[in-house]
Design a protein around this ligand. Structure first.
Ligand SMILES: CC1=C(CCC(=O)O)c2cc3nc(cc4[nH]c(cc5[nH]c(cc1n2)c(C)c5CCC(=O)O)c(CCC(=O)O)c4C)C(CCC(=O)O)=C3C
Ligand SMILES: [Fe+2]
Length: 381
């Protein structure tokens, strides 16, 4: 294998864990999958039935697993291109291959220390700590969680990468393509509003996401500003934009981040808005939240309102995104080796911590989870 520049060293890591949410592959998977996702979360049955219907409407199969396999293949190709020796293992929190299956695979490969890359770009309980808790719980079930960290495979995590230049660049490219598509559909890009969309979370989770760093919604505001500015510059006209949310669940009494994307479209249509580009910056691939909540629901809302609306692509396997992820892995490796590293970031926020403070991204503000979480200062060796 030819050696590429000195930066191309993955040590101390001997494997990469591509760590995702998981989704059902067949109708009979849907209910057990939803049980895995919602265990102890207090989500009303009516919401679960509704979400189950979203999956059945797509043949009981989420696109997420194939998308993760595509991302795995793209990462493997980029890793090979850089001359790195870093096998990629895929695992999910909520469906097969489960976290424990991935750890089995890592052990088969003889891996001692793996770097984990989660398929969430932003920090909150759902996108950060819940993965770290799942790793700790899984190692514990396997009898591999020592008092100061794991006694089995050791895991380090790549920092939340919403403000990495590769992620932002890939979103800019996708939004520019969507503006062109809007024009092809007879819309008027010069007056189109750019509506960024992400997953809503409870207000309590939003507050807890801001311990030691910017909150989940502020992280999105930074990315949205960067993408909108770059798009306006490339297109040579002003672009107005807003941030909206989708996929709210939980009881109606519980406040979640708003506005909902459908409500926003309805309100703006009433004020004369005719053209919309939806940019799903909160998601890295076109999984169920995107193909149902945006492509099915929000685009139907826009059509009913007589708008011309186009949904921009997610970053998926775009080269700028994939190569940025490999840069992040190499950056994490250099940090683990104790080297001085300039962390690549864009926007107004700093690079997020790779090893988080103990109370970072709790599920609810001020309420310790009681669950250990890996890649945290109190757990790290
Ligand atoms: C911030 C965030 C992301 C974005 C970051 C990221 O991309 O990871 C995300 C992604 C995803 N969420 C997904 C699916 C679900 N999320 C649920 C429930 C919840 N999500 C939450 C937050 C997030 N979720 C929250 C606060 C809940 C309430 C329960 C709780 O407090 O945890 C439920 C239960 C039913 C419902 O309530 O909707 C389902 C089925 C899938 C898989 C899609 C597929 O199958 O293609 C993906 C990628
Ligand atoms: Fe979710």
């Amino acid at each position: 294998m030819p050696m590429t520049p000195e930066s191309a060293v993955a040590g101390p890591y001997d494997a990469l864990l591509l760590y995702s949410f998981g989704g059902p592959n067949a109708p009979e998977d849907v209910v057990p999958f939803l049980r895995n996702v919602t265990a102890g979360k207090g989500i009303p049955d009516a919401r679960l039935e509704e979400v189950g219907e979203h999956y059945y409407g797509f043949g009981g199969k989420s696109p997420i697993n194939e998308q993760n396999l595509a991302l795995k293949a793209a990462l493997e190709a980029e890793i090979a291109k850089r001359g790195l020796d870093l096998p990629v293992v895929w695992g999910n929190r909520n469906w097969a291959p489960y976290t424990t299956d991935a750890i089995d695979e890592l052990e088969r490969l003889g891996a001692r220390r793996a770097v984990a890359l989660v398929t969430s770009a932003y920090s909150s309980y759902s996108g950060c700590r819940q993965y770290r808790e799942d790793l700790a719980l899984t190692l514990d079930e396997r009898g591999q969680l020592g008092p100061d960290g794991s006694t089995g495979v050791q895991f380090d995590k790549v920092r939340s990468y919403f403000n990495h230049p590769g992620f932002v660049q890939a979103n800019v490219e996708a939004v520019l393509e969507a503006f062109e598509e809007l024009e092809r559909q007879g819309g008027n890009p010069a007056v189109a509003k750019l509506v960024f969309v992400t997953h809503s979370i409870p207000d309590t989770m939003e507050a807890a996401s801001g311990v030691g760093h910017a909150t989940y919604s502020d992280q999105h505001m930074d990315v949205a500003t960067l993408v909108a500015d770059a798009v306006a510059e490339a297109r040579g006209h002003a672009v107005t934009w807003e941030l909206a949310y989708c996929s709210r669940s939980g009881p109606p009494s519980q406040p979640w981040l708003e506005p909902d994307v459908n409500d926003l479209l309805t309100e703006r249509a009433g004020q004369g808005l005719t053209d919309v580009v939806l940019s799903p910056i909160g998601f890295v691939s076109d999984h169920m939240e995107v193909v149902y909540d945006l492509d099915t629901e929000a685009l139907a809302t826009a059509a009913e309102l007589g708008m011309t609306a186009v949904r921009a692509a997610t970053v998926g396997t775009r080269p700028a995104f994939v190569s940025g992820l490999v840069d992040l892995i190499l950056e994490r490796a250099a940090l683990a080796r104790g080297e001085q590293v300039t962390e690549a970031v864009v926007g107004t926020l700093p690079a997020f911590p790779s090893v988080t403070p103990p109370d970072c991204c709790l599920r609810r503000d001020g309420e310790p989870s009681g669950i250990p979480a890996l890649c945290s200062k109190d757990m790290h060796r």
